[in-house]
Design a binder for this molecule. Structure first.
Ligand code: NAD
Length: 356
């Protein structure tokens, strides 16, 4: 099925306002989840609604928590989100980073105990829209899924990394990815008969490489999928290099911020994020920077593509999908739409009415 981004945003907003979030927070949850669908990252979009509702009811994430600025230096801030929604803590932390970087040239913002921050590229886009370069290291406490290079045991979360670079007169470069070979969402989709995983993105306890979702979830006989039931792990991307970047995400976003690393032991689920914000003007002449950046990106794009290929800047695929989905609507698999309809039902909300 297809639904307009506007209708879908309003429906998700109404679900969360009925679940106890303020109108403003409910609107942000709707807006940011649908924004992830618009970029094509459906694994971080409205498919998460049932899980967010469950977390809210279980107290895993808390409605309308005001992020607390624990340390407020001129060019540094430490923020504790107190397990409030990432859709509230994420824009708050980013706005603060933008303000401090504008005042001081650069700023570092550490965010701890945030609910799920969704698509991290969103925060890099927010900074780029304000004219700032940004870098974001993120981890997930309480989510052990990924084996380090050379190992079969889970030691990392899917720990994403993102960076944004504004380009005057053109679209920003936005790099944003999980440091795991595949996002868990993709393993889940494959386990439900969706797109198959490439061979070798998972690893069995005996070291055999695998593309079988059972490696992560155990026997796939029922509809339940619990990543604690599988004996294997997702592999880090990029061999020892990606594994090293995942380690730095755990240390910078989990240990340094005080948010907590992926493990060991049982930990409350939350995102930690360490972000750097830079005002380009603080580094010298703006004209020189614009000239060099544009010339370099043209040079980059002029690289001859492999047969049938295309040379894209990070951020381009997302922009293309966004333009298409804004025009045509957001496509949702019927089973996902069914879970959204079920989320509205207890509140007397008819999801179908939002499609008109
Ligand atoms: P991915 O593998 O789709 O990679 C996306 C990145 O690669 C983007 O920057 C994109 O512009 C670029 N890209 C894609 N195709 C390209 C091409 N052909 N040429 C050049 N660049 C190209 O992303 P992923 O690892 O599946 O991550 C998906 C999302 O999941 C991300 O938004 C990430 O932030 C999010 N995530 C969030 C959490 C969390 O805890 N909040 C955890 C893990 C992942």
């Amino acid at each position: 099925m297809q639904i307009s981004a506007r209708g879908l945003t309003a429906y998700v907003r109404d679900i969360f306002s009925r679940e106890g979030c303020s109108e403003a927070e409910a609107e942000r949850i709707g807006r940011y989840l649908v924004a992830a669908n618009l970029t094509g990252h459906d694994s971080h979009g409205v498919i998460r609604v049932p899980r967010y509702v469950a977390w809210l009811r279980e107290g895993e994430v808390e409605a309308d928590r005001t992020p607390e600025v624990v340390t407020d230096g001129p060019a540094f801030a430490l923020i504790d989100a107190h397990y409030g929604f990432g859709q509230t803590a994420g824009p708050f932390a980013t706005e603060l980073g933008i303000r401090k970087a504008r005042e001081n040239g650069v700023a570092i913002v550490a965010l701890r105990h945030a609910g799920h921050l969704g698509r991290i590229g969103e925060w890099a886009e927010q900074a780029a829209a304000a004219g700032l370069v940004s870098v974001h290291f993120v981890n997930v406490a309480g989510s052990l899924l990924v084996a380090p290079f050379g190992s079969v045991d889970r030691r990392f979360s899917t720990a994403p990394f993102a960076a944004g670079f504004p380009v005057q007169g053109a679209e920003p470069v936005i790099l944003d990815f999980a440091t795991s070979a595949v996002a868990e969402g993709k393993v889940l989709v494959a386990s439900q008969g969706g797109k198959k995983l490439p061979e070798g993105v998972l690893i069995e306890p005996d070291g055999r490489l695998s593309g079988d979702p059972a490696t992560l979830y155990g026997p796939l006989d029922g509809p339940e999928r619990d990543n604690l039931k599988g004996a294997g792990a997702i592999r880090a991307f990029g061999e020892h290099k990606g594994s090293g970047l995942a380690l730095m995400c755990e240390l910078l976003a989990g240990a340094l911020t005080g948010s907590g690393t992926a493990g060991p032991g049982t930990r409350r689920f939350c995102n930690g994020m360490l972000s750097l914000y830079m005002t380009p003007q603080a580094f010298g002449s703006e004209d020189a920077l614009v000239g060099e950046t544009r010339a370099y990106l043209d040079f980059f794009k002029s690289a001859r593509p492999v047969p049938g290929g295309e040379v894209l800047l990070p951020g381009e695929p997302e922009r293309r999908t966004r333009a298409k989905r804004l025009a045509e609507g957001v496509p949702l698999p019927d089973p996902v739409w069914a879970t959204l309809l079920a989320a509205g039902q207890p509140h007397g909300l008819d999801g179908e009415a939002y499609r008109k």
